[in-house]
Write a protein that binds this ligand. Structure first.
Ligand code: NAD
Ligand code: UD1
Length: 345
C-alpha cells in the first residue's frame, strides 16, 4: 500500500536555516513539500541535504517573491494546500543600515504571497514572526497578549507590519492564518547535514561561539555583564531549531484539520526558560569539552536585557512542546560546525 500524503505545502525560504529544518519535519510527518527560495541567504546544496535526510525528491523554484509574476507562475504550476512563509531578510544590523531593502523585501514578499493565495484554493497561511514584535516588554515572561512596543529596528518593524497585514487579510478573506513568534532559534539537525549558515561575520551568539571554537574567529565578545540579571549578562529564550520546526508541523496540522478558533491566531514559540550569555557559553564548553576564548566588552547597542516566553497557550492549543534542552542545542550546533568544516562548505 502507498503512503498516505497529508497535503502539499509550499515553503518559501525553504533553503534557509529554519525553513530547511521545517521541510524535513513536514516530510517526516507525511506532507509533500515545494520550496521557493532566491538563494539570497542560502545555498543550493541544502536542497540535496534535505533530500538526503528525507529520501524524497523536492521541487524547487529559484524565484524572488518580490517578483509577483514569477511567484504566480509557481502557483499556476502546482496546487498547494497551505503556505509557510519564511522568506525574509533577518539581520537586525543590516536593517538599520538599509531599511528600504528590508521593507521592500520583507513586506513586499508578504503582500505578493498573499495576492497569490487569495485567488487560489489554499487552506491557510503560516508566517514566521519573532519575539522582536514585543520590543522591550514590561512584564516577563511575555504572553501573547503583551502589547507590541516600539520596534527596536527596521527589521522588527517589518515583522509588526507583516503581522498586521496578515491579520487583516485573514479576516477579510476568511483564510485562516497563524503567526509564530519565535524566540531565539539555535542548534541544528541531528544528522549534522543542515544548520545555520551565516554569511560573513555572524551577528548572533551561537554561530559566533561555534565559529570561535573551530578557529574561524579569534575570540567571542560578550556584550555587557552589567545588566540586572542572574550573572549580569542578558537573558534569552533559546529554542532548538528542530523543536521550532515541529511547532510549524503542529500549526500546519491545525490549519489542515480546520481546528482554528479565529481567522488569525498567533503563538509564542519558545521553551519558556531564560538563559544568560554566560550560561550558554558554559553549556557549550561542558557538553563539547571545548574551551572558548572570550572577553567581556561593552553593551551592544539595541540589545534588550531579558526576554523569555510564556508558552502555555502554544503548548495547549498547538499540542506542541519544546523537548530539547540547552545542552542538546549546544551539542548539535557544534556537530554542524565541525561537519561544515569537514565538507569544506
Ligand atoms: P534564513 O536567512 O536562513 O532563511 C530565509 C530564506 O529566505 C533564505 O534562504 C533566503 O535566501 C530566502 N529569501 C529571502 N528573501 C527572499 C525573497 N524575496 N524571495 C525568495 N527567497 C527569499 O533565515 P532563518 O533564520 O531561517 O529565518 C526564517 C524566518 O524566520 C525569517 O522570516 C526570519 O525573519 C524569521 N525569524 C528568524 C529568527 C532567527 O533567529 N533565525 C528569529 C525570529 C524570526
Ligand atoms: C537578535 C535580534 C532579533 C532577531 C534575532 C535572530 C536584536 C536586538 N535582536 O536577537 O530581533 O530575531 O537576533 O536574528 O538584535 N551576544 C554576545 N556576543 C555576540 C553575539 C551576541 O554577547 O557576539 C549576546 C547578545 O548581547 C544577546 C545574546 O547574546 O544578549 C543573544 O544575541 P543574538 O544571538 O544576536 O540574538 P538577539 O539579540 O536576542
Amino acid at each position: 500500500m502507498g503512503k498516505i500524503v497529508k497535503g502539499r505545502i509550499l515553503v518559501t525560504g525553504g533553503l534557509g536555516y529554519i525553513g530547511s529544518h521545517t521541510c524535513v519535519e513536514l516530510i517526516r510527518s507525511g506532507y509533500e513539500v515545494s520550496i521557493i527560495d532566491n538563494l539570497v541567504n542560502s545555498e543550493r546544496f541544502i536542497l540535496d541535504r534535505i533530500e538526503k535526510i528525507t529520501g524524497e525528491k523536492i521541487d524547487f523554484y529559484e524565484i524572488d517573491i518580490t517578483d509577483l509574476t514569477q511567484t504566480m507562475i509557481c502557483f499556476n504550476d502546482k496546487k498547494f494546500d497551505l503556505v509557510i512563509h519564511f522568506a525574509a531578510l533577518k539581520s537586525v544590523n543590516e536593517s538599520i543600515k538599509f531599511p528600504d531593502r528590508y521593507f521592500k523585501n520583507n513586506v513586499g514578499s508578504v503582500e505578493n504571497i498573499l495576492k497569490c493565495i487569495k485567488s487560489e484554493d489554499v487552506k491557510g497561511f503560516v508566517f514566521s514572526s519573532s519575539c522582536t514584535v514585543y520590543g522591550q516588554p514590561d512584564i516577563l515572561p511575555v504572553t501573547e497578549s503583551s502589547p507590541f512596543k516600539k520596534a527596536e529596528s527596521p527589521y522588527a518593524e517589518t515583522k509588526q507590519i507583516c503581522e498586521k497585514i496578515i491579520k487583516e487579510f485573514a479576516i477579510i478573506n476568511k483564510k485562516p492564518s497563524i503567526s509564530l513568534r519565535y524566540f531565539n532559534p539555535v542548534g541544528a539537525h541531528d544528522s549534522g547535514l543542515i544548520g545555520e549558515l551565516p554569511r560573513g561575520v555572524p551577528d548572533n551568539l551561537v554561530p559566533f561561539i561555534t565559529q570561535t571554537a573551530i578557529g574561524k574567529r579569534e575570540k567571542l565578545k560578550v556584550f555587557g555583564d552589567d545588566y540586572s540579571t542572574k550573572d549580569g549578562t542578558p537573558v534569552r529564550d533559546y529554542i532548538h531549531v528542530v523543536d521550532l520546526a515541529e511547532a510549524h508541523v503542529s500549526a500546519v496540522d491545525r490549519l489542515m484539520n480546520e481546528e482554528t478558533n479565529e481567522s488569525y491566531e498567533f503563538f509564542n514559540i519558545g521553551t519558556g526558560k531564560g538563559y544568560s550569555v554566560l550560561e550558554v557559553i558554559k553549556s557549550f564548553e561542558r557538553v563539547n569539552k571545548v574551551q572558548l576564548p572570550y572577553d567581556i566588552v561593552g553593551r551592544r547597542q539595541g540589545d534588550i536585557e531579558s526576554i523569555y516566553s510564556d508558552n502555555k497557550f502554544s503548548k495547549q492549543t498547538l499540542n506542541w512542546r519544546a523537548s530539547r534542552d540547552l545542552d542538546q542545542m549546544m551539542k548539535s550546533a557544534w556537530i554542524w560546525e565541525k561537519k561544515l568544516k569537514e565538507s569544506g562548505s
